[in-house]
Design a protein around this ligand. Structure first.
Ligand code: HEC
Ligand code: HEC
Ligand code: HEC
Ligand code: HEC
Length: 311
């Protein structure tokens, strides 16, 4: 009997180490938007005007939230519920406490590892304007390797949006997602990158005038539309295998159909055809690379959402 308990204990310890032992120390954590505010005041102000920001004070209070929590189980307080935490909150600090709705690092990656790289321009005394081009290239690559989701690779950012908005977060299993759907959790197959990124969440304070929030031009919108459709097609196709639940399958199939329309509009470009035949991440990246710098607004312009519908 004792022997057997010992074995079970050993197994539990082994599992525990796998999740919380050595890798836990290396696991990056969020530092919260206050950490970014000192240098990114304008972006913080934009964020404070979004639903991502407001929902921290609101979403847990609704009857719908309470019904969904009751259906999936776990901690009754949504802010402490491990499942809801995966998408609804920024889990800040090593103790991963829900202290804000989705925020900077929900989209740009938890910063504990990339932050020191972000602000190092080549040594303690080197100012940003004196950074060498080589150092900048290396800094961007190193920050990405340390978990920063670099905004200029919009496809990467789009994959991340889709994981929450397409209900296919890797660490949430399909059957739980199916239960959430059955309990009335929203699932919007028509979530589309341009419509959702060019409204309230838009922040593009790029040089030369960093005080102006500059929307994308027509070519940029067309590119973002295709990047978003590619990310949607790849994630929804992979998500089909997550659960055999009919409602979840129908939701992902609808996402696939809508995303395919976007890719089909690109026309007979080989990379677009390859992605439609095999919706792999590699094929999506090849398409995104192939359309870089091209103006496809003539081809996909008619599919773009009306600016009046931007979220
Ligand atoms: C000490 C100042 C400072 C802090 C703090 C800071 N950043 Fe930055 N960040 C900058 C500067 C300056 C740039 C301009 C581009 C460059 O040279 O890296 C930048 C660029 C960026 C970019 C890429 C934009 C581009 O044009 O390439 C992102 C994304 C970003 N920061 C996110 C964050 C987030 C998220 C935080 C908080 C976790 C943060 N930053 C904290 C100074 C800072
Ligand atoms: C896989 C990511 C994910 C998980 C896990 C998740 N949600 Fe959501 N939830 C979302 C997204 C994305 C939206 C916004 C959908 C939209 O309106 O576009 C949302 C919306 C909601 C809404 C509607 C809010 C409104 O403003 O109408 C409620 C309520 C909600 N979620 C409750 C929960 C609860 C409770 C849990 C935990 C049991 C949970 N969610 C888990 C991603 C998730
Ligand atoms: C909803 C996801 C999302 C959130 C939340 C978010 N970002 Fe971004 N961020 C993006 C995307 C997408 C871009 C790329 C915009 C483009 O170039 O079209 C971007 C670009 C940037 C840039 C470069 C453009 C600029 O404004 O200079 C910086 C810096 C930045 N983000 C910092 C932040 C900070 C700081 C926060 C938190 C206050 C934040 N972001 C919150 C998605 C997000
Ligand atoms: C960590 C998960 C997560 C990520 C990543 C994320 N979102 Fe969200 N987003 C949510 C949740 C949850 C809500 C719903 C909040 C609520 O209603 O309480 C939401 C709501 C929104 C809304 C408001 C929708 C409405 O109907 O008013 C917009 C717009 C939005 N997200 C855009 C984006 C874009 C664009 C990206 C990527 C650049 C992104 N989000 C990335 C979780 C996420």
């Amino acid at each position: 009997m004792l022997h057997r308990q010992g074995l079970i204990l050993a197994a539990l310890v082994a599992v525990g180490l796998g999740f919380f032992g050595l890798p836990a120390q290396a696991q990056p954590f969020m530092q919260g938007p206050k950490k970014c505010q000192e240098c990114h005041e304008a972006e913080v102000t934009v964020w404070e005007g979004t639903k991502h920001f407001a929902s921290f004070r609101e979403v847990h209070k609704s009857d719908k939230a309470k019904d969904i929590v009751a259906a999936v189980g776990g901690e009754k307080n949504m802010k402490k519920n491990e499942l809801c935490n995966q998408c609804h909150y920024s889990l800040i600090g090593e103790e991963m406490k829900a202290e804000a709705g989705p925020s900077c690092e929900s989209c740009h990656g938890a910063s504990s590892d990339w932050y020191p790289i972000h602000n190092d321009y080549g040594g303690k005394d080197v100012k940003r304007e004196d950074e060498t081009a080589e150092h900048k290239t290396k800094r961007i690559a190193d920050a990405a390797a340390a978990g920063m989701i670099w905004p200029h690779e919009r496809y990467d950012i789009a994959l991340n949006c889709m994981s929450c908005h397409g209900l296919d977060r890797p660490n949430v299993d399909g059957d739980t997602l199916a239960k959430m759907l059955a309990a009335g959790h929203p699932a919007k197959p028509d979530y589309e990158l341009v419509q959702y990124s060019q409204g309230s969440v838009l922040h593009r304070f790029y040089p030369p005038d960093v005080t102006v929030n500059k929307p994308l031009d027509a070519a940029g919108l067309a590119e973002a539309y295709i990047q978003g459709a590619a990310a949607k097609l790849v994630t929804a196709s992979a998500a089909l295998a997550k659960s055999s639940d009919p409602a979840y399958q129908a939701f992902q199939q609808k996402r696939i159909d809508l995303a395919r329309q976007g890719i089909e509009a690109v026309g007979d470009m080989a990379e677009a055809q390859a992605l439609l035949t095999d919706p792999s991440d590699a094929n999506a990246r090849a398409l995104v690379a192939a359309i870089k710098g091209q103006d496809l607004s003539g081809k996909v312009g008619s599919l773009l959402p009306d600016p009046g519908t931007y979220k």
